[in-house]
Design a protein around this ligand. Structure first.
Ligand code: NOJ
Length: 530
């Protein structure tokens, strides 16, 4: 695999599509593959390079596709294999790469493998999953908790053992210590890679291996009341085990059987531990997702520290990446507010590293309030009322002002945002100062200036709400000044190269303005100077 700066996954911009919510083509209120094909011109026009699809495989949809019952099929809800082949061809025809979601940690409990595994203790597939005897008193084998609430062990009466599920009980964990499991998933990967898929985003990759002795996890002394109950214990023995890196190297070698493919890992870990997922000699994930911006306090100093820590922790030759939103976390426009969402966009697209955009963030979609009777997310259902629900960041894409926002002609599976009549692609494209126009301008500038892609990252000392840094390559530099507060700030002229002008403001109203002395940055404004 090409590890030079030229590799497409280093230069490119990724965009996550949540297929259920992107575009419905057959009037059932749920997005599908043909719908994505219809919207490829939009994706191409954004200037992105790669599209990652959340799961489209056959699934009982207990966790909306993250519970797979067949790794090498397409769920009829999303279409057919012919539709999928048409999508790859159409995407490639437009110069877009296509990334699939690989969910190897667990299957659906309806997967034939699990049906066999649970059939008897001596079934050949018994050891494909994680079966343990209960405690002498009949209780679960240890204290591990499910991330979606409750115990992580489900008792199965037929064989009087427990199986482990890190998520729903409908999502039994596969046993990755078993070489047959590795081979089966490797084959599924090959199936899609041979069809032309450009890589995988691997679901909960840091979960794949569990402690060989299944020791109890320690209590979390810092648990905060009101947070999800699974945070009461730490995941010392249930995740991030040293042997996981061997498993990932195995996946990587499958990726490397094919030219120019990428392996992305979903990993929620502190930066110091995250970077281990690049693997020995960078033989792990090409891009272990860096989610630090999803949970940071939105302040200049916190973000400056995150960038510095991350840059310092990266192994030699490893390529960074940044994420502002995904289908599991509250929308960035709601986390940081409407004004700061524009600053966040400039941050994401000017940091060193591959950016991943979440569908709809480019039109400023916010977290949609979901009435309990309209809720679909199993996490919210299991752990109600404390704000863990993920439906609000998964609502239908807002394309236009028509009755169903151009998403569908039927009632959508989740409600539309109430402001869609104004906040939609058609409307925001007509507005030269909209957030969508800003995203387009940022992507265009990133494409034009190599220093924004391959340039070094150099922090520039700043105080208060000002986040200041430089991107430099081959003697060319741009300076990025982001005001994370509502009050104006001034950047001293010594921080900015002589003769500079403004290349882009997040308000889209200062292009080409020469800088004469200090640079004034308005409240909630970001500027790129060069
Ligand atoms: C992470 C996925 O992003 C999330 O949506 C899912 O519920 C869990 N993994 C379980 O697969």
């Amino acid at each position: 695999m090409d590890q030079s700066n030229e590799a497409w996954w280093r230069r490119g911009i990724f965009y996550q599509v949540y297929p259920r919510s992107f575009q419905d083509s057959n009037a059932d209120g749920v997005g599908d593959i043909r719908g994505i094909i219809e919207r490829l011109p939009y994706l191409e026009s954004l200037g992105i390079d790669a599209v990652w699809l959340s799961p489209i495989f056959p699934s009982p949809m207990a966790d909306f596709g993250y519970d797979i019952s067949d790794y090498t099929g397409i769920d009829p809800l999303f279409g057919t294999m012919e539709d999928f082949d048409a999508l790859i061809e159409a995407a490639h025809g437009r110069g877009l790469k296509l990334i699939l979601d690989l969910v190897p940690n667990h299957t659906s409990d309806r997967h034939p493998w699990f049906a066999e595994s649970r059939a008897s203790r001596d079934n050949p597939k018994r050891d494909w999953y994680i079966w343990r005897d209960g405690k002498p008193d009949g209780g679960p084998p240890n204290n591990w908790l499910s991330e979606f609430g409750g115990n992580a062990w489900q008792h199965d009466a037929a064989t009087d053992q427990y199986y482990y599920h890190a998520f729903l009980k409908e999502q039994p964990d596969l046993n990755w210590r078993n070489p047959a499991v590795r081979e089966a998933i490797h084959d599924a990967m090959r199936f899609w890679l041979a069809r032309g898929v450009d890589g995988f985003r691997v679901d909960v990759i840091w979960h794949l291996i569990k402690d060989a002795e299944f020791r109890d996890n320690p209590q979390n002394p810092h648990y905060v009341e009101g947070r999800p109950p699974h945070e009461k214990i730490l995941t010392q023995y249930s995740t991030d085990q040293p042997e996981v890196h061997d498993v990932i190297a195995g996946m990587r070698s499958v990726i490397d059987e094919f030219a120019d493919r990428v392996l992305i890992g979903e990993i929620y870990l502190p930066l110091q531990r995250l970077v281990a997922y690049y693997g020995n000699d960078l033989g792990g994930a090409h891009l272990p997702f860096n989610f630090a911006l999803l949970s940071t306090l939105w302040s200049a100093r916190s973000i400056e520290k995150i960038i510095a820590d991350y840059e310092a922790a990266l192994p030699a030759g490893a390529w960074p990446n940044w994420v502002l939103g995904n289908h599991d976390r509250p929308r960035v426009a709601s986390r940081v507010g409407r004004e700061q969402a524009r600053v966040a966009a400039m941050l994401l697209l000017t940091l060193r590293g591959t950016p991943t955009l979440y569908y709809g963030d480019e039109i400023g979609m916010h977290q949609v309030p979901i009435a309990p009777e309209e809720g679909r997310d199993p996490f919210e259902k299991n752990v109600p009322g404390i704000g863990v629900g993920r439906d609000g960041c998964r609502t239908p894409m807002q394309w236009d002002a028509s009755e169903r926002a151009g998403f569908s002609t039927a009632r959508p599976w989740l409600p539309l945002a109430s402001d869609f009549a104004h906040e939609n692609v058609v409307n925001l494209d007509a507005d030269t100062k909209s957030i969508l126009s800003l995203y387009r301008a940022l992507v265009a500038l990133r494409r034009k200036l190599p220093q924004l892609v391959t340039g070094t990252y150099e922090p520039v000392a700043a105080q208060g709400d000002l986040l200041l840094y430089r991107r430099k390559s081959e003697g060319q530099a741009v300076t990025i000044a982001l005001n994370l507060g509502a009050e104006p700030v001034s950047v001293t002229s010594s921080s900015i190269a002589f003769g500079s002008k403004i290349l882009l403001s997040t308000f889209l109203d200062r292009e080409s303005e020469p800088i004469d002395g200090a640079l004034d940055v308005r409240g909630n404004e970001g500027v790129i100077v060069g």
